[in-house]
Design a protein around this ligand. Structure first.
Ligand SMILES: Nc1ncnc2c1ncn2[C@@H]1O[C@H](COP(=O)(O)OP(=O)(O)O)[C@@H](O)[C@H]1O
Ligand SMILES: [Mg+2]
Length: 366
């Protein structure tokens, strides 16, 4: 092209050839400047385009990040919704729980109120009971004092009665012996009855004194072999009436913590009664053993004698109470009262079972 331009300049040599070249050079200079500008522009555009690509990438990344964030956010939202639902459930449950708690609280308050009134009642009862106990204690003390006085009185009276009784019996005997010739049969009979009366009164007094001694006695507890005691008493009964046929069945090894002296008195009365009330049996049998009543050992004396009517079982232990006539079975009616005092002194119980003509059983606990 430069060659063509040069050719054209050659055809018009009249024109300034130096100006032409200059113009060409100028054009070329402008052209190269233009080119450099274009290149700059191109570079700038490329830069811009590069920047735009980077920007695009950045934008894409940002978009992705935003999308991620949005995705995360929606997850989060779902989670939050779940949590909220959960919270709502919890709140609902909580409300139900609160209602339940309130009703429980009300119930507890009611119970406490009831408890309070009940407590007041119990306190009132306690106060009344304490008063009653105090009153009873006073009454018991008064009774004990009165009993002691009565015992002392009956003891001295009984004791003092023995001397005049001995006089009546003794002088009756002297009268019978020394003046027998001057008395007819009827007179002697009367005198014998006076003596018998005096003697019976003597035994009554002796028995009353025994009863009184039991009441006054101090309890001396020790290990007592009841079987051995019963055996000794049985031998004593046999020795006094050797002609009688009585079979004794005594369980061995029955021991108890008791007052040996008092228990001997009780067993003498029980075994003595069994001996007496089997007096009309050809084959008398007396048993001493133990059984269990209300978890405690209950000792018993059983016989196959006259027995008694159970309707009067409660009366037997009262002083002077007898269910049999003195002519048939002599006695004072104080024996069982004595037995009861001995047993009660030990804190035990005594009771009887029997039937007319079927024998009797006397039980006691200690
Ligand atoms: N083993 C027994 N069998 C039948 N009755 C009895 C027996 N033991 C006692 N009794 C009755 O109980 C009464 C009172 O007994 P107790 O006080 O020992 O007096 P006593 O032996 O002097 O008659 C007796 O009179 C009798 O009626
Ligand atoms: Mg008796």
């Amino acid at each position: 092209m430069i060659g063509e331009i040069a050719k054209g300049a050659e055809r018009d040599p009249a024109a300034d050839p130096g100006g032409y070249a200059k113009a060409i050079l100028n054009i070329l200079g402008d052209f190269s400047e233009e080119k450099a500008r274009l290149q700059d522009t191109q570079k700038a555009i490329l830069n811009i385009l590069g920047d735009a690509g980077a920007e695009k990438l950045r934008l894409e990344a940002t978009e992705k990040a935003v999308l991620n964030i949005l995705a995360d956010f929606s997850d989060e939202k779902a989670r939050l919704a779940d949590v909220q639902k959960g919270d709502l459930n919890i709140l609902e449950d909580f409300a139900a729980e609160k209602a339940r708690l309130e009703s429980t609280q009300k119930a507890v308050l009611n119970i406490l109120e009831d408890f309070d009134t009940e407590k007041n009642k119990v306190e009132q009862i306690n106060r009344e009971m304490a008063r009653e106990i105090a009153e009873r204690k006073r009454a018991e003390e008064a009774l004990e004092a009165a009993n002691k006085e009565l015992e002392a009185f009956s003891y001295s009276v009984s004791h003092d009665l023995r001397a005049p009784l001995r006089a009546i019996d003794g002088f009756g005997q002297a009268l019978l012996e020394d003046y027998a010739g001057r008395l007819d049969a009827e007179g002697r009979n009367y005198l014998e009855r006076v003596r018998a009366g005096a003697q019976r009164m003597g035994t009554l007094i002796d028995d009353l004194l025994k009863l009184s001694r039991v009441t006054r006695a101090e309890l001396n507890l020790e290990e007592v072999n009841l079987s051995v005691l019963a055996q000794e008493i049985a031998e004593g009964l046999r020795w006094r009436e050797p002609q009688r046929q009585v079979e004794f069945d005594i369980s061995p090894g029955l021991r108890a913590r008791a007052d040996a002296r008092l228990l001997r008195i009780a067993l003498e009365n029980l075994l003595g009664n069994a001996w007496k009330f089997t007096g009309r049996r050809a084959e008398a049998r007396i048993e001493f053993g133990a059984t269990v009543r209300d978890g405690r050992p209950a000792y018993f004396v059983r016989d196959n004698g006259a027995g008694f009517d159970m309707a009067y079982a409660g009366k037997l232990f009262g002083a002077f109470q007898r269910l049999h006539g003195t002519t048939e079975f002599p006695g004072t009616g104080i024996g069982l009262a004595t037995v009861q005092r001995v047993i009660h002194k030990h804190g035990g119980l005594v009771w009887a079972e029997g039937a007319v003509d079927q024998g009797a059983t006397f039980y006691f606990t200690l």
